[in-house]
Design a protein around this ligand. Structure first.
Ligand code: ATP
Length: 528
C-alpha cells in the first residue's frame, strides 16, 4: 500500500493540516480509529483544490462534540440519526465527521438501515470509486491509502464510476452527484455507469430522492468554485428542478454571481480567503420566492451556513453604513475598518454596494491604496536603522502606511521628522579588537577621514543648502561608524597580520641569507 503522508502534507493548506492533526488527536484520545475519507482523499490525489475535510471514525462522532469545542472548533450542525457531525475547524476549515457504517437499502426512496462497520465496509457504501478511498490517520499506519475499488486509477483516467449496478436505484441523489462531479472536474461517466445513469433517468428514479439528500446537494452548490457551470449542467440534466421545483438559471442573479466569483479571485490574489458560500446561495436563489427560499433553508444540514445566508444582506447594510460614517472619514480609518471586517462581508458588499462612496472605498481598498505601500520610505527607514529586525518595525511600518494613505509624509523632512523619534539608539561600538601595529595605524587613521570630510562639507554648506541636508548628518556619521566599520576592523585583525608588509620583510630577511650560502664561492674555496 502506498504511503500518502507526504502528498497529504503537500496538498493541504496549513490550516487544513492543523485541522487533520486536531481531529486525529481528538479521535485518538477517545480511542477511536480515524481516517480521512471521501472528497478530501479524491482531491489530494487528483490535485484539485481541497474544499473540505471528510473524516470517518470507528465510533460515535457525536460523543466528541465537547472535546472539539474545547479545541476551538465550531459545531455547524449534526445529523443525529446518522451520527454525523459538521464542524468548522480553526482557520475556517469545513469538516464533516461520520461514523464508519454499512448502509443497507431495502426499498428505493426509503432511508437505509445503518450498522457500525469497519472502514473497508464503510468504503463499500460510498457513491463512486473516486470517493471510496481512505487515508489512515492512525499510529502505525498513518498515510496508508485504502483503495479497495481502484479509485486512484479512476482519478487518473478522469472517470466517474459507480461501485455496483444498483447505485442509482438505491440512492437516486447519486444521479445529481454524478452530474455535479462530471461538471466540476470535466470528467466523464464511465461507460457502464453512463448506461445505468440513462436507465435510472428514464425510469424516473429521481422521484425517490430524500429531502436530506436534496438539502445536502443544495449545500454542496454553495462550495463550488464555478457554481454557474455546475447549475447549468444540473438544469440541462433536469436535476435543478428536483432540488427546488421552480429553480431555473433564470432565477439566478448570474451577473451578481459572476461578479462575486471574480471579486473572490481578486481577494484570493491579495491574500484574503473569504468564504463565499452564503453569498453564492444568495445569488443562486435571488429570484426565487421567499417561501421557496425558506423551504430550501430548512433542508440544508449546516445550520451555521443557513444563518450566514439569512443574515448576509443585513450585515452588509450595517457595514455599508459604517463605511459611510465617521468611522471611515479618512482613507486610513476606512482601511482599518475594512481590514478588520469579516472578509466574506467585504466580498459580498463589494458586489452589492449601491452607494457610490461605499463602492469607491472598497475599490480603493483593493487597488489604489495598496499601491501606497510601495511608497513606504524604506531608504529613510534604513538610514535610521528602522529595519525589519526591530520588534516594533511592523507597527512603525503600519503607522507610516496610515499616514501615507492620508496624504501625509510627502517631503523627506516630514518623513524624517516623523521617523527620527522612532529610531532605535545606535548599537554600542564594538570592543576594541587586538590589532597588529599596521592595523592599528589603519584604524586610527580612519575616523579622521569622515571628520575631515564633515569639516569640508560643513564649510561648503554654510553658504548654501542648509535645511534639508542638515537633518540627517547629525546621525549619518554615527551610522558609518557603527554599521559599516563594526566589521571592518576585524578584517585587518584576521588577515593583515599574516600578510603584513612588516612580516613579509622579516621573512625575506631571514630567508635571504639561507639562499645566499648556496653561493658556490665558499665551496669552491674549500676545494681549492
Ligand atoms: P465535495 O468535493 O463536493 O465536498 P464530497 O465527495 O466530499 O465532494 P460530500 O457530499 O461532502 O461530497 O460527501 C462526502 C463523502 O460521503 C463522499 O465523498 C462519498 O464518499 C460519501 N457520500 C456522500 N453522498 C453519498 C451518497 N449519496 N451515496 C454514497 N456515498 C455518499
Amino acid at each position: 500500500m502506498a504511503d500518502y503522508i507526504y502528498t497529504m502534507e503537500l496538498r493541504l493548506t496549513p490550516n487544513q493540516q492543523k485541522g487533520v492533526t486536531l481531529v486525529q488527536d481528538v479521535a485518538r484520545n477517545a480511542g477511536m480509529n480515524v481516517y480521512l475519507t471521501g472528497g478530501a482523499v479524491r482531491d489530494i490525489i487528483s490535485g484539485f483544490p481541497i474544499r473540505d475535510l471528510d473524516f470517518t471514525v470507528q465510533g460515535n462522532p457525536l460523543k466528541l462534540q465537547k472535546e472539539f469545542e474545547r479545541s476551538g472548533a465550531i459545531i455547524g450542525g449534526t445529523e443525529d440519526d446518522l451520527k454525523v457531525l459538521y464542524l468548522t475547524l480553526p482557520g475556517g476549515v469545513r469538516a464533516e465527521i461520520s461514523p464508519a457504517r454499512t448502509e443497507k437499502y431495502e426499498k428505493t426512496g426509503k432511508p437505509p438501515v445503518i450498522a457500525p462497520a469497519t472502514i473497508i465496509e464503510d468504503l463499500r457504501r460510498r457513491d463512486f470509486t473516486v470517493n471510496a478511498m481512505a487515508l489512515s490517520l492512525n499510529p502505525g499506519s498513518r498515510g496508508l491509502l485504502l483503495d479497495p475499488f481502484n479509485g486512484a486509477a479512476d482519478v487518473e483516467a478522469k472517470l466517474v464510476r459507480v461501485l455496483h449496478n444498483y447505485a442509482f436505484v438505491e440512492d437516486p441523489s447519486r444521479l445529481i452527484r454524478a452530474s455535479r462531479f462530471a461538471a466540476r472536474f470535466h470528467w466523464v461517466l464511465e461507460e457502464r455507469t453512463q448506461a445505468r445513469y440513462e436507465s435510472a433517468k428514464e425510469n424516473n428514479y429521481i422521484e425517490y430522492i430524500t429531502n436530506r439528500a436534496i438539502g445536502n446537494e443544495i449545500e454542496q452548490l454553495a462550495y463550488e468554485d464555478d457554481p454557474l457551470n455546475v447549475v447549468r449542467v444540473l438544469e440541462k440534466e433536469g436535476w435543478l428542478k428536483v432540488l427546488s421545483p421552480h429553480w431555473t438559471t433564470a432565477k439566478i442573479d448570474t451577473n451578481g454571481l459572476s461578479e462575486l466569483m471574480r471579486t473572490r479571485q481578486q481577494m484570493n490574489e491579495l491574500g484574503y480567503a473569504p468564504d463565499p458560500a452564503a453569498a453564492v446561495l444568495h445569488f443562486l436563489t435571488a429570484k426565487l420566492s421567499d417561501k421557496e427560499v425558506s423551504d430550501i433553508r430548512k433542508l440544508i444540514p449546516r445550520k451555521d451556513l443557513v444563518e450566514a445566508w439569512r443574515d448576509i444582506s443585513d450585515h452588509a447594510k450595517e457595514l455599508a453604513k459604517r463605511l459611510s460614517g465617521k468611522e471611515a472619514a479618512t482613507p486610513s480609518r476606512t482601511w482599518k475598518l475594512l481590514s478588520n471586517a469579516r472578509q466574506d462581508m467585504v466580498l459580498f458588499l463589494a458586489v452589492t454596494a449601491r452607494q457610490q462612496a461605499v463602492e469607491q472605498k472598497i475599490k480603493n481598498f483593493f487597488t489604489k491604496w495598496r499601491e501606497v505601500q510601495q511608497k513606504i520610505p524604506l531608504p529613510e527607514m534604513t538610514e535610521l536603522l528602522i529595519t525589519p529586525q526591530l520588534p516594533e518595525y511592523p507597527k512603525i511600518a503600519e503607522e507610516v502606511f496610515m499616514l501615507l494613505l492620508d496624504g501625509k509624509l510627502r517631503s523627506r523632512t516630514e518623513r524624517l521628522n516623523f521617523l527620527k523619534p522612532l529610531a532605535p539608539p545606535p548599537p554600542p561600538p564594538p570592543p576594541p579588537p587586538r590589532r597588529g601595529r599596521a592595523a592599528k595605524a589603519a584604524v586610527q587613521a580612519q575616523p579622521q577621514a569622515p571628520l575631515a570630510a564633515a569639516a569640508k562639507k560643513g564649510k561648503g554648506k554654510d553658504k548654501g543648502q542648509a535645511a534639508p541636508v542638515a537633518v540627517p548628518p547629525a546621525k549619518a556619521p554615527e551610522k558609518t561608524k557603527t554599521v559599516v566599520p563594526a566589521k571592518a576592523p576585524e578584517k585587518p585583525k584576521a588577515e593583515k597580520p599574516k600578510s603584513s608588509p612588516t612580516k613579509l620583510k622579516t621573512a625575506q630577511k631571514k630567508k635571504a641569507p639561507a639562499k645566499k650560502p648556496s653561493s658556490k664561492p665558499k665551496k669552491k674555496s674549500k676545494k681549492h
